[in-house]
Design a protein around this ligand. Structure first.
Ligand code: B12
Ligand code: SF4
Length: 470
């Protein structure tokens, strides 16, 4: 059977600019490919690199797949629908399947005449079963975790229990062999691979869909399994696609030790909670010795009450302490902060001043967005003003703002002037100093891409007059 997996590219101005700076390997699709590759012919098409809608259509015509699968974030949902509509317009007989975080949180948004199946949550084994059923001419309705669309009705099967991460096959990175040197995250390095090491979080933040995906559990892989996958990865840098990588102290220390003993010799990036860093400085130290270079920490707010409003269990003191520990270990921190739609000018300024005081190496600001699948989505449902999911990219206000929208966006863009502060400039310099002239050359499009992202956002905000009136 011929199976085509498509990594979508949303057409919006922000996402188009973003894909040039942050373009990671399509790990989810590499996992799905691994699930079926032994018995089938699988092709992966990455629209961020290989072509747009015309090229996709041509590929479907020539490759003639029996199955087309895709998936993405909420702001990529309409692009996913267009991928599957393109497939159906070439051949209505193609089985079209969508998965990913948006499909998981809101399968009904994919009740669409050109979509046959929606995969809720982990897709490796579900996808394998889909292909088996298709071959056998059986029914998809009995596959756990699958929503089958039929005659305008969606039949949602019972949920699929989360898979033990150790039972998953390794992602099939041969599917992206020709594209691998184009994947990366500017500054972290162009030659970068993603790896799933743990999944889930002990936090219950109201704006986060991740903990609900695992029913609040924290799933992890064994040291042996992680090391075996690392050995097969060619790239010098690995980013862990966890929600929080080092919650399990014993495992984290054992893995750091194994990375050193096995001479893995990679650089690492991973997301961490501030309280993990504060409560386990020895784990950070061990990982810094094993190659940890970058982390993303959800600092979010400058006031304890505002953190509590979001059900965060970390506080401002944790954030300040965490930053000191990271600096002492020479681990760079990308700090993630959000502006609430009800922020006043003073609150914007306070949060920005706080990140400057803490000297967050690479401050990253977002707009609080009640993404589907979160407690915040349920709370904010009645208030939503922007229903176009293309704009649910964490860079547009989808709830009413207290400041006039134009002012709100002005404050938002002003926040990024933090990047001119000496401690951020030093962070860029540190990163560049580690690159060879050839790497800097390769990186230039990514580095200039940052300016393009901000420029695109600025234009977007200037033009955007607010949600369309009903
Ligand atoms: C690592 C990560 C990143 C990395 C890399 C992301 C990337 N896509 O390249 C970085 C840091 C760059 C990043 C950036 C962003 N991210 Co991000 N990211 C994550 C994180 C932590 C893990 C994602 C991951 O790789 N998981 C591992 C893979 C293997 O799992 P998976 O993608 O879920 O795929 C499995 C299933 O979903 C399913 N499946 C997936 N696709 C398909 C398709 C088919 C056909 C089938 C059958 C099944 C299926 O099977 C797969 C295998 O089991 C998630 C949190 C989370 N819980 O998902 C946030 C998350 C996905 N990110 C989020 C966001 C908003 C973003 C940004 C838009 C932020 C921004 N404005 O800059 C960008 C845009 C990224 C993009 N789309 O290009 C949100 C999305 C919310 C939403 N509903 O839209 C999340 C959920 C974070 C959050 N807590 O809110 N991100
Ligand atoms: S700490 Fe981070 S990953 Fe954990 S629930 Fe909160 S936002 Fe989600």
């Amino acid at each position: 059977m011929r199976i085509l997996l498509v990594r979508v590219a949303a057409d919006t101005r922000y996402m188009s600019a973003m894909y040039k700076v942050v373009r990671m390997e399509p790990l989810s699709l590499e996992y799905l490919g691994a699930a079926v590759k032994d018995d089938h012919d699988v092709k992966l098409f990455d629209m961020r690199l290989e072509g747009g809608w015309d090229e996709l259509r041509q590929l479907i015509e020539t490759y003639d797949p029996q199955v087309v699968g895709t998936g993405g974030d909420t702001c990529e949902a309409s692009a996913c629908k267009r991928v599957l509509s393109t497939a159906k317009s070439v051949n209505r007989g193609i089985l079209t399947v969508v998965g990913g975080i948006h499909a998981t949180a809101m399968p009904r948004d994919f009740l669409h005449p050109d979509i046959d199946l929606v995969c809720v949550n982990e897709g490796v084994f579900a996808f394998r079963e889909i292909i088996e059923q298709l071959e056998a001419g059986g029914s998809f309705k009995s596959i756990r975790g699958i929503a089958a669309n039929e005659g305008g009705i969606q039949h949602l099967a019972p949920p699929r229990p989360m898979s033990d991460l150790n039972t998953l096959p390794f992602p099939d990175r041969s599917l992206t062999a020709d594209l691998r040197d184009k994947y990366g995250f500017s500054l972290w390095g162009k030659h970068l691979a993603l790896m799933r090491y743990t999944q889930g979080c002990v936090g219950r933040c109201d704006f986060c869909p991740s903990w609900a995906q695992t029913d609040g559990r924290y799933l992890r892989r064994t040291v042996e399994s992680v090391i075996a996958e690392m050995k097969a990865i060619k790239e010098p840098y690995i980013y862990f696609v966890c929600e929080e990588s080092l919650l399990d102290t014993k495992l984290s220390l054992a893995l750091a030790k194994a990375v050193e003993e096995e001479r893995i010799g990679k650089r690492f990036g991973m997301p961490l909670r501030a309280d993990t860093i504060v409560n386990k400085p020895h784990v950070i130290e061990a990982w810094a010795a094993a190659g940890l270079e970058d982390t993303i920490v959800g600092i979010e707010q400058a006031d304890d009450q505002l953190l509590l409003d979001r059900d965060k269990t970390t506080n401002v003191r944790d954030n300040i302490e965490a930053m000191k520990i990271l600096k002492a270990n020479h681990v760079n921190c990308t700090g993630s902060m959000f502006f609430r739609p009800d922020f006043t000018k003073e609150q914007f300024e306070r949060l920005v001043a706080h990140t400057v005081e803490m000297e967050v190496d690479c401050p990253q600001y977002f707009i609080l967005t009640p993404i589907p699948g979160t407690k915040l989505f349920d709370k904010a449902k009645a208030e939503l003003v922007e229903h176009n999911f293309d704009l649910w990219d964490f860079n547009h206000a989808v709830m009413p703002t207290t400041l006039p929208l134009v002012k709100f966006y002005e404050e938002y863009m002003t926040a990024y002037q933090t990047h001119l502060h000496p401690f951020v400039v030093q962070f860029y310099q540190r990163k560049l100093a580690k690159m060879t002239p050839q790497e800097i050359d390769e990186e230039m499009d990514g580095l200039l891409g940052f300016r393009e992202v901000f420029g695109a956002l600025h234009e977007d905000h200037e033009e955007y007059a607010g949600p369309a009136m009903p």
